[in-house]
Design a protein around this ligand. Structure first.
Ligand code: GLU
Length: 340
């Protein structure tokens, strides 16, 4: 090879390398810009109010507003308050469902609980009656309270303590750090948990739960009380966006084959009664909790989370919905949109 050919090849390689560098750098700055823009746009928004049917949630600072995004490559982008913790609430249902899938396979969810939207409130008893009496089938899902309490009853372990430690460890593997329980929220919710207890007994009466319905309800309640910040939630979502492998620790937390089913149920039931509206606007499987967090997943692209406690009438954080929708749209996150 003569000197001229060699220098042409070198120049071509350099050009490609520079181009790749530019694209990567642009993408990083685009992501940062999208997060900062959403933060600036919504930080002064004064709409909605904290959940108060669990007394401790009413006391949480309504001004907390944190955004975090994690890519499959393990890059973490943040804006606003990513230190303050809130209770994970209903978002935990995704990860309890994931644990049941790991322990018993994906079919166990369909057979024992169902994967259909109820079209009713998250703690609806009518939804259970409808499935039981009218459809004579298991046609609810693990992201509404009755299904989540059944999922908690399916967790494997020698006793309550062993089940709980294993579940909390599983959540922590998703977050990439040891998570802990907000004892004030756990107590507050346990003291006012009569409706969930009624649901637990109902599911036992109908034999969806095989034994110890109050143990399952209590584990469910403790799971809802786990503290998380926006970065924790984004890492949990990022692990789902990365085929079940935590993009920072490298641990395969959930088998890749279980991820699509999990995301499918998030898509149909993740944002309470507004799940359809959310999917229509963003295309993203998501899950919200009454603590003010929302996670969303753009498979292969990013996991995102926002925490902001004031909720709308459906129970979804107002700022979180708006910020995630803006950021995802800016980054081409909708998996249904084909780029030409
Ligand atoms: N622990 C709450 C309950 O069972 C969770 C509600 C939620 O975040 O949707 O009522």
């Amino acid at each position: 090879m003569n000197r001229k050919t060699l220098s042409v090849i070198c120049a071509a390689f350099l050009g490609v390398a520079l181009l790749a560098g530019t694209v990567a750098a642009q993408t990083e700055s685009e992501i940062n810009a999208a997060l900062q823009a959403a933060y600036a746009k919504y930080k002064d928004l004064q709409e909605g109010k904290n959940a108060d049917y669990i007394p401790a949630l009413a006391k949480v600072d309504s001004k907390i507003f944190g955004i975090a995004l994690v890519t499959p490559g393990g890059k973490v982008y943040t804006a606003g308050d990513i230190k303050s913790e809130v209770s994970i609430q209903s978002i935990c249902k995704v990860f309890t469902m994931a644990k049941v899938m790991e322990e018993q396979g994906a079919e166990a969810i369909i057979k024992t609980i169902g994967v259909d939207a109820t079209g009713m409130r998250f703690n609806s008893i009518v939804a259970v009656e409808w499935s039981q009496k009218l459809l004579n089938a298991r046609e609810i899902n693990p992201l509404v309270n009755p299904g989540a309490i059944v999922a908690a009853s399916m967790l494997k372990g020698a006793n309550r303590d062993a089940i709980w430690k294993s579940l909390l460890g599983f959540y922590s593997d998703f977050a990439g750090r040891p998570l802990s329980v907000n004892q004030e929220v756990f107590k507050s919710e346990s003291d006012t948990n009569q409706r969930n207890q009624a649901i637990g007994y109902l599911m036992y009466a109908y034999e969806w739960i095989k034994s110890e319905p109050m143990r399952a309800t209590d584990i469910y309640t403790e799971a809802c009380s786990v503290n998380v910040n926006a970065k924790d939630l984004a890492m949990m979502a990022g692990t789902l966006a990365n085929g079940g492998k935590n993009p920072v620790t490298g641990k395969q937390v959930l088998k890749a084959e279980n991820v699509p089913g999990l995301l499918a149920v998030m898509a149909i039931a993740g944002l309470y009664d507004d799940s359809g509206k959310w999917l229509y606007r963003t295309g993203l499987p998501g899950k919200s909790g009454v603590g003010g967090g929302i996670i969303a997943v753009s498979p292969g692209k990013f996991g995102i989370a926002v925490i902001s406690p004031p909720l709308d009438d459906a129970g979804n954080s107002i700022r979180a919905q708006k910020a995630i929708a803006d950021i995802s749209n800016a980054l081409g996150g909708n998996p249904y949109a084909v780029k030409k």
